[in-house]
Every structure is written in structure tokens, then in C-alpha cells.
Design a protein. Structure first.
Length: 317
């Protein structure tokens, strides 16, 4: 499995619930009979019937995502009273898109089709847009996947039913999402340490973990401890497979100098020499701290990540 495929697998940060849902859908994909919604008293999403001639999991998975919304009644006059049902259906939809056998190209097509089908009902379309934001973009979502959200944003911006004002937020989000996109070479960072000046691209290491942080941030201090106390990260550092670069992006350089005891001596600890992260938005900071993981060429493997997801990625190499 390539590094990018590994990224796609781990950016979902799957919890137990997600794994159970994926297992359910994998069982569906392995069935040889067409799958139809069960008739029960409670609401059941109308899954498409998968043709029996489609035998492989990949064929069945691709058919399922291509036709996922085909039997959903977007013209239902009571749709606004079924928002919880729509939300569950959306969560299940992005669960399926997270199965490793689904390629990004297929995911893009499926998301574009979903929004095109929803355009018949402004409420459904706006609900899809809101749910995409909630589950694919929120930093606190276990489903967060910026690549999938880019596809959603492009569909949202191409829609004719939204007003120019409604498109302002998605435009801003798309710019942020496309800045330092996974799989691309990261913007360089010129930084200064207690020993002198260097840059991100000058670091010679198979992998580099970047941690951009603030001092006036309790979570940042906890995350520094997470790095320090991570057995997996420490093993990678000791084996010369991972370099840790901490960057302070603000202009309180005196404070940075006075806080050197915050850092580990095995890390590379610097501040943004030219203040480009803040002034030129070379890295869009959506929170007080941000984790990135790069390969040896400084291509982005993980973006806006966490120690846990990075550990899972490294553990799977």
C-alpha cells in the first residue's frame, strides 16, 4: 500500500463505531444477492440493490456509492422532519467512502452526484453542505477528511441554488483546504533555532513531524507532552527515522527564548524567522496548534492531524 493510500486509511481516525459500520457495509459488499432495505417499523434508508453479477468487493462497493442516493426521496414534503435520518444516511455514506478499496476518483464522483441529486430540494442540498462541514471538516470529527471535503466544497460552489453570500464561507474553506494539500510538497518554513537558521526543506530525515504551536494554549502543552511520551514516536526518533520540528509562529521571540525548557533536546525547535505562517498564511492555522507529517521529500502525508493518528500511521508502516 502506498503512503498516500495509508494516509487515506488513517485520516478517518476510525473509532469503534466507525469500524463496526464499515464491517456492516463490507458484509453487504460480499453478499451475492441484491441488497434491499428491510421493512421495519423504524426508518430504513433505501439502499440500492446491488446486481448479483457484480461479484468482487470493489465492483460492489463502487456500485453502492455510485447509486447510494438513487432511491432517496429528495421531494419528500416531510423531509425537514427527517433531518436525523438524513444525517445518519450521510454518516453511513462517508463511512463507505472511507473503505480503502474506494479510490479518491470514485469518491469524488460519488460526492458530486450526491450534491447534484440534492439540488432538487434546497433544504436537502443545504443539509448536505452542513453535514459535510460537520463531519469532513471539523477538527474534532472522527470522520475528518479534507480530501473528501474539497470535493464537497467544489460541488457546493458549482451549485446554482446558493446565493453569493452563502458561497463566501465555502470559498474561504476551499482556499484553506487546498493550501498544503495532502500529497503535495509542503510550503517551506525558514526558521531560527538557538543554534542558527535553517528551513523545513533542509531537514534530512525519512519522515518529519511538524508541530506549530502557541505558548498561551493549554492543549499545546499537553500535545508537547504527548510527543515526548509517545513510545512509537520516540522509537522512530531514536532510529533516525523521524525528525520532530516545533515551530513558534508568532512574534514574541523573547518568550520563545525563555521557554526552551518546554522542548526536548532531540527535537529541532525554532520560530518562524520571517513570520510568513501568520503574515502570508503559508500554513492556515485552524486552531492554536497544528500537526503535519512529511515524507523525505517533504510531501504531506498527514495534515491538521494528531499524535494518535500519526502513531497509527507509523505503526502501520
Amino acid at each position: 500500500m502506498s503512503k498516500i493510500n495509508n494516509v487515506y486509511k488513517y485520516t478517518t481516525n476510525m473509532n469503534i463505531k466507525v469500524k463496526q459500520t464499515l464491517l456492516f457495509f463490507i458484509l453487504i459488499l460480499l453478499q451475492t444477492n441484491p441488497i434491499k432495505a428491510q421493512e421495519q417499523s423504524e426508518y430504513q434508508f433505501p439502499f440500492p440493490s446491488i446486481p448479483s453479477e457484480l461479484q468482487t468487493p470493489t465492483e460492489r462497493a463502487n456500485y453502492l456509492i455510485e447509486h447510494y442516493w438513487d432511491h432517496f426521496n429528495f421531494t419528500d414534503p416531510n423531509l425537514e422532519n427527517k433531518k436525523d435520518n438524513i444525517e445518519q444516511a450521510w454518516v453511513d455514506f462517508i463511512d463507505i467512502l472511507s473503505i480503502p478499496i474506494i479510490t479518491l476518483d470514485k469518491s469524488q464522483t460519488a460526492i458530486e452526484q450526491a450534491f447534484q441529486q440534492a439540488e432538487i430540494n434546497p433544504f436537502a442540498f443545504r443539509t448536505f453542505a452542513s453535514l459535510a462541514d460537520k463531519y469532513l471538516y471539523s477538527l474534532h470529527s472522527t470522520y475528518k477528511n479534507e480530501e473528501l471535503y474539497i470535493f464537497a466544497l467544489q460541488s457546493i460552489l458549482n451549485a446554482s441554488i446558493l446565493t453569493p453570500i452563502e458561497k463566501e464561507k465555502p470559498k474561504h474553506q476551499l482556499r484553506i483546504a487546498q493550501n498544503n494539500r495532502v500529497g503535495t510538497v509542503a510550503n517551506d518554513i525558514q526558521f531560527t533555532t538557538t543554534l542558527g537558521s535553517s528551513s523545513l526543506h533542509a531537514i534530512d530525515s525519512p519522515l518529519t513531524l511538524l508541530f506549530i504551536h502557541d505558548f498561551d494554549c493549554h492543549t499545546c502543552q499537553l500535545e508537547l507532552d504527548e510527543i515526548r511520551n509517545s513510545t512509537i514516536l520516540q522509537q522512530q526518533i531514536q532510529n533516525k527515522q523521524l525528525a520532530v520540528l516545533t515551530i513558534y509562529p508568532y512574534d514574541e521571540i523573547t518568550e520563545w527564548k525563555n521557554r526552551q525548557n518546554t522542548y526536548d533536546t532531540l527535537w529541532i525547535n525554532g520560530y518562524d524567522t520571517n513570520q510568513e505562517i501568520i503574515e502570508k498564511d503559508t500554513y492556515s492555522l485552524r486552531a492554536s496548534s497544528s500537526f503535519y507529517l512529511f515524507d523525505s521529500d517533504k510531501k504531506i502525508i498527514l495534515k491538521d492531524s494528531s499524535v494518535e493518528i500519526i502513531e497509527n500511521y507509523l505503526d502501520g508502516l
